[in-house]
Design a protein around this ligand. Structure first.
Ligand code: USQ
Length: 394
């Protein structure tokens, strides 16, 4: 068998990337295209529309999806077909795309992905539930109706387990329990790990899990749910090939995640804003490592009739304090504690089983190895040599 990252590994396979214009979806589409897959993107521009609505923007200048796809082709990449369809609203359109493209692999990123957004107002909460749950259910219903048999990979979140200290290493989705029957006999079972999400967004991913369990059991849909940690970094091997392919970079308090916010704050000479005590411990993964995990999972699809495969997709865990110390050591940035705008446990232990990706050969890049390089690269990207630094990115 070809190595999963040989340039032709996915030749002959069609990969449908739902949400392929976003921060994770765009680099994923390019990676599978570079591995010779026929790539199709379905995206309704929701993330760009959210920017407009909230008045936030990517720090990198992102081109329209059509310009991006054209640039990929012009720089030697494969053709990428695109569809502008709302997964949550347009079931008929989705079904048509599935029947027209007959994907071998579907990667589902097409969900509202900000925890703070889902908690900042009733509209944010309702939109997160309406959009995410309907999108996922429409997809599953369409797969059941069309009887297509792709391997569905979903970007879930490590946050479905919750951030209260569990007192155990969090397993990959399933928990072995022993219950006692009426006659006192011990009954061993393996159940979905009981989710305890700390935001409405994380809750939608927990509800997704139950939809997956049902559709795998009743309709034989082959599913891998990737419980991913907080992604950091910007560019990948492919998005760095041409300025028109650049990935988006969020730094605002709603869509900017903590590592990328700290890096920008340091580059701007502003203090790193630790929310509350900073003893919150989270799982992290660099965007290149995310792509490695996606290709490993795609190269090892589940079989029909198999239960949903749940993989924990993180490189390492860290407290926010430890992360801030690392960024500060590399940049000299000051660190401040501010009132925590979020409702979350402010101190937790977080141990995560990462056995499956380890067994598949995944070797993670850790902060200590690549944080310095990433900060330098982002500095160059946002402020090319010779140009003055942007006056404000607040
Ligand atoms: N935080 C700070 N200072 C900041 C920003 C955040 O201390 O300036 C803290 C937050 O209070 C939180 C932690 O950093 O305790 C992580 O916050 P985050 O915004 O980086 O990440 P989160 O809200 O958890 O959500 C993000 C993505 C989501 C993904 C999730 C992975 O928005 O798509 O699913 O990370 S996880 O949380 O591991 O489930």
């Amino acid at each position: 068998m070809n190595s999963f990252n040989s340039p032709s590994f996915f030749a002959g396979q069609t990969v449908l990337v739902l949400g392929g214009d976003g921060f994770c979806g765009w680099p994923a589409a390019l990676r599978f295209s570079s591995l010779a897959a026929r790539v199709v993107i379905l995206d309704n521009g929701a993330r760009r529309e959210t920017d407009r609505r909230l008045g936030v923007t990517s720090l990198t200048r992102i081109h329209s999806l059509q310009e991006r796809v054209d640039a990929w082709r012009a720089t030697g990449g494969g053709a990428i077909q695109t569809y502008d369809i709302d997964l949550a609203e347009n079931y008929a359109g989705l079904r048509r795309v599935l029947l027209e493209t007959r994907p071998d692999i579907i990667i589902h990123f097409a969900e509202q992905r900000s925890a703070p957004y889902s908690m900042m107002s009733p509209e944010g909460a309702r939109h997160s539930v309406d959009n995410n749950i309907r999108a996922t259910h429409n997809l599953l219903a369409a797969l059941a109706e069309t009887r297509l048999d792709p391997h569905l990979m979903h970007l879930g979140t490590i946050g479905v387990y919750g951030y209260a200290t569990a007192g155990l290493k969090l397993p990959e989705g399933y928990l072995k329990v022993t219950a006692h029957g009426a006659d006192g006999r011990a009954v061993d079972k393996e159940i979905l790990y009981p989710g305890r999400p700390d935001s409405v967004y994380h809750m939608t991913k927990m509800l997704d899990q139950h939809l997956f369990e049902f559709y795998a059991r009743y309709h034989g849909i082959r599913i891998t749910d990737l419980h991913q940690g907080i992604v950091w970094g910007t560019q990948t091997a492919e998005t760095g090939r041409d300025p028109r392919l650049v990935n988006r970079f969020d730094h605002d308090a709603i869509y900017g995640t903590v590592t990328n916010r700290f890096i920008v704050q340091a580059l701007e000479g502003r203090p790193l804003t630790i929310y509350g005590s900073g003893s919150q411990t989270r799982g992290f993964i660099h965007i290149e490592d995310m792509l490695t995990c996606l290709t490993l999972a795609a190269a090892t699809p589940t079989a029909r009739g198999e239960r949903v495969r749940i993989l924990n997709q993180i490189a390492e865990t860290s407290s926010i304090n430890a992360l801030a110390r690392k960024v500060s050591r590399l940049t000299g940035a000051e660190v401040v504690h501010v009132d925590n705008p979020r409702c979350e446990p402010e101190g937790n232990e977080f141990e995560v089983d990462r056995g499956t990706f380890h067994d598949l050969g995944f070797v993670a890049h850790r902060f200590d190895e690549i944080l310095g390089t990433e900060i330098a690269q982002l500095g160059d990207l946002l402020c090319p040599r010779g140009e003055g630094r942007r006056s404000s990115v607040a």
